[in-house]
Design a protein. Structure first.
Length: 392
């Protein structure tokens, strides 16, 4: 049962006032409020702190109740949920792994009727309360596992969304598809009988080829947030337009101005090797989603860039390409010698180089940081140290 005492204005004020306090101290103290434990207060403090950065649309609402910390850690961020809202739509939708409800909240905006399925009764009650506070009226709440719902369901949906649990009974993280709950490999046929389109959120660490080999994937979305891969979303269609071994891949870097980069898997395999070159005037580092996708030949081809080395995924050009989906640097010195430099503070980047950044800093007595970048890398079999600065 939800402890509605947490919504008391005095308690909410206390929670807000203690967002920067040491929660271990609050946890050990006796609660200053009757009917509410110190652990419950700590849970709300932790939840509001996470919400401020991860889902800010909740943070200023003092009628929201936050679930346990682990649930919030596993939840999608507001930014990634909004992206899914752009690619997933239908009048009747289903989230088979409802969780904290962040994805359901945004996915349901295009639906007349939306089903939220969650086996944890306590979590479901919290989400039901929060949706009521937020004015959501088109949600049907079902307290079942995904498997139970599918075995009893007689409805047909326009789309299904799943975010399978990636933790075992001991809370250890799992990546492989066969370790997920529910098991999407076993359920995919039944799922596609229930809806023509299925979207599954997977670990960013999963190898793309494993998803392609084990699921009938028609599209893959590699979603980064500020250049950190956060999610893989695979789309399965009942009647795919393309070969399921040649999915259409879209690379996204949210909260940046970088354009999407899309291609078919086989395009990269069939593309010619790029031209290799020593550094010219500009350096280009593809964003994390493109690096995850493996589109190392196509990204050079599309933007007419040369590559430093077959195994160095850094590109160069004489003329700047301003709409590149990644970071662009202006080269100041393509054969920089850090031993002779009086300046010792640099941001160190190591790519296809024998030493890691921390080993490089130790060797050359460098301090990390600053506006200048040192690239330790390889081009045409020569090890290089390139001094560059970010091109705004």
């Amino acid at each position: 049962m939800i402890n509605k005492n947490l919504l008391n204005a005095e308690i909410q004020h206390y929670i807000t006032e203690n967002l920067k306090s040491d929660i271990s101290v609050i946890r050990m103290k006796k609660s200053p409020f009757p009917g509410v434990s110190s652990l419950e207060i700590v849970q709300q403090i932790q939840g509001k702190k996470i919400a401020q950065t991860k889902f800010p649309f909740l943070a200023d609402n003092n009628q929201i109740i936050y679930p346990p910390h682990l649930n919030l850690e596993q939840a999608s961020s507001q930014s990634t949920a909004r992206f899914k809202q752009k690619i997933i739509s239908g009048r009747k939708g289903l989230d088979l792994t409802g969780g904290t409800g962040i994805d359901s909240f945004f996915l349901s905006t295009s639906s007349d009727e939306f089903y939220y399925v969650e086996p944890d009764w306590g979590l479901l009650e919290i989400v039901k309360h929060n949706f009521s506070v937020l004015g959501k009226k088109n949600i049907v709440f079902i307290n079942q596992t995904a498997e139970e719902f599918l075995s009893e369901n007689t409805h047909h949906f326009d789309f299904i969304y799943l975010d399978p649990s990636r933790r075992d009974k001991n809370k250890n993280k799992k990546v492989s598809l066969e370790d997920l709950l529910p098991n999407v490999i076993l359920l995919q046929e039944k799922l596609l009988e229930t809806a023509p389109s299925l979207f599954i959120k997977l670990s960013p660490l999963l190898d793309l080829q494993q998803a392609i080999d084990q699921l009938s994937v028609s599209a893959i979305f590699i979603v980064s947030l500020k250049n950190e891969v956060k999610e893989l979303i695979v789309q399965l269609n009942k009647n795919p337009k393309n070969n399921d071994k040649d999915p259409f891949i879209t690379c996204v870097n949210l909260e940046t101005r970088q354009p999407y980069f899309s291609f078919h898997r086989l395009e990269e395999k069939r593309a010619e090797n790029p031209e290799y070159s020593l550094p010219e005037l500009y350096l280009y580092m593809p964003n994390a989603s493109i690096l995850k996708s493996g589109a190392f030949k196509l990204v050079g081809k599309k933007y007419n860039l040369k590559k430093l080395h077959p195994n160095t995924h850094i590109y160069t050009s004489k003329e700047i390409v301003p709409d590149f989906p990644g970071r662009i640097f202006t080269i100041l010195d393509s054969h920089f010698n850090p031993q002779r430099s009086e300046q010792k503070k640099f941001t160190v980047i190591s790519r296809n180089y024998p030493l890691k950044p921390e080993e490089i800093r130790k060797k050359y007595k460098l301090t990390e940081g600053g506006e200048k970048y040192l690239f330790f890398t390889r081009a045409k079999n020569d090890n290089l140290c390139i001094l560059a600065e970010i091109n705004e």
